[in-house]
Design a protein around this ligand. Structure first.
Ligand code: DAH
Length: 337
């Protein structure tokens, strides 16, 4: 190859380069000129056959040519772009992985457990799949009770069901332990409900049970839940009230309202102007329940209560739709954090 031929090739390559507008075409050129079997390596290989005096001129032209090609083709294929400026730019923002946030359901359950721990209650767990005895019979639910109907309860077999309440953990705990027992049981519960803004077929409850070998009264229940309401809902919630009700497993039974934590009982939108918000069911444990678990109803006294976790989360955090609690929407969860 002569010097003229070399220069002709050089110019030809620059024209090709100007015409190569897309990445694929540029990659083709990179392979053609700089690739392992490309033209430039071949030319360099041929240097040894050149007359000694011609070598510097060839070397200079070829070296410049290579630099031109490399910088023009930077970023394609194997040719990395030469870093310009300092390798590390301290003005760039850092990289974030967005941390998630605990679900309000978990927060309510954990906070509740912490509050009751201060009163000596421990946490008991029970299975989501229960038998009829624990979920209904031992809780003094008569055989004809409508809650056992397949339109309300999700039955798996004639005897097994998805628990409709956390109350069966009362039965499990008393069957396995002598009094006194002092437990709360947060967990999942299931009912054959259609989902809307306030209902979900899968929801959560927290059950509480205190049974002792000395008298326990409604006053104890009231003081316990008043403390809980105040700790859970904040300083504006100073009181609770009982309204008469019926549950098969308690006698007497009450429904429990918390003083509205938003208005302090004056009446507002959240409590529908009543000053109170319905939160729990409760009562003194029915003597028949004691018989089912082998306790002597003449020798033990106790109270029980049950409340909805979603309901507490919704009133505490002002969540208008129960479905938000299950959608795992990061922007919602981050607001909760
Ligand atoms: N298990 C009841 C329900 O799901 C709630 C309840 C009410 C639990 C009164 C109790 C209680 O322990 O004493 O509606």
């Amino acid at each position: 190859m002569t010097l003229e031929e070399l220069q002709a090739k050089h110019e030809e390559s620059l024209k090709e380069l100007a015409a190569a507008t897309d990445d694929a075409a540029r990659e083709q050129l990179r392979i053609k000129y700089l690739g392992r079997n490309g033209l430039l390596p071949a030319i360099v290989k041929g240097f040894k056959d050149l007359p000694k005096e011609d070598r510097p001129a060839f070397g200079k032209i070829t070296g410049q040519w290579r630099q031109e090609l490399e910088s023009a083709l930077a970023g394609t294929g194997g040719v990395a772009a030469a870093p310009k400026g300092p390798a590390f730019d301290p003005s760039l923002p850092g990289r974030w992985t967005r941390p998630g946030a605990k679900s309000p359901i978990s927060r309510v359950m954990e906070e509740t457990a912490a509050i009751f721990a201060r009163l000596g209650f421990s946490v008991e767990d029970g299975p989501d799949i229960e038998n009829k005895f624990n979920n209904f019979t031992a809780l003094n639910t008569p055989a004809h009770h409508p809650s056992m109907d397949p339109s309300d309860t999700l039955w798996l077999t004639d005897d097994l069901l998805l628990r409709t309440q956390t109350s069966p953990v009362q039965i499990r705990t008393m069957t396995a332990n002598k009094p006194p027992v002092r437990i709360i049981t947060p967990g999942r519960t299931y009912r054959r409900d259609t989902t809307d803004a306030t209902h979900s077929a899968n929801f959560h409850q927290i059950e509480g049970l205190y049974v002792d070998i000395k008298p326990v009264s409604l006053a104890d229940l009231k003081s316990t839940l008043t403390y809980y309401a105040h700790e859970m809902m904040g300083p504006r919630c100073k009181a609770i009230r009982f309204r008469p009700h019926f549950f098969p497993f308690t006698e007497p039974s009450v429904e429990v309202d918390f003083q509205c934590h938003v208005c302090g009982g004056k009446g507002c939108r959240v409590c529908k102007q009543s000053g109170w918000i319905e939160v729990a069911g409760a009562g003194l444990v029915d003597p028949r329940v004691y018989r089912f678990v082998g306790y002597d109803p003449e020798k033990v006294w106790g109270f029980a209560f049950g409340m909805g976790v979603e309901r507490i989360a919704m009133i505490k955090y002002g969540i208008p739709d129960i479905r938000w609690l299950y959608e795992n929407d990061v922007s919602f969860l981050n607001q909760m954090a």
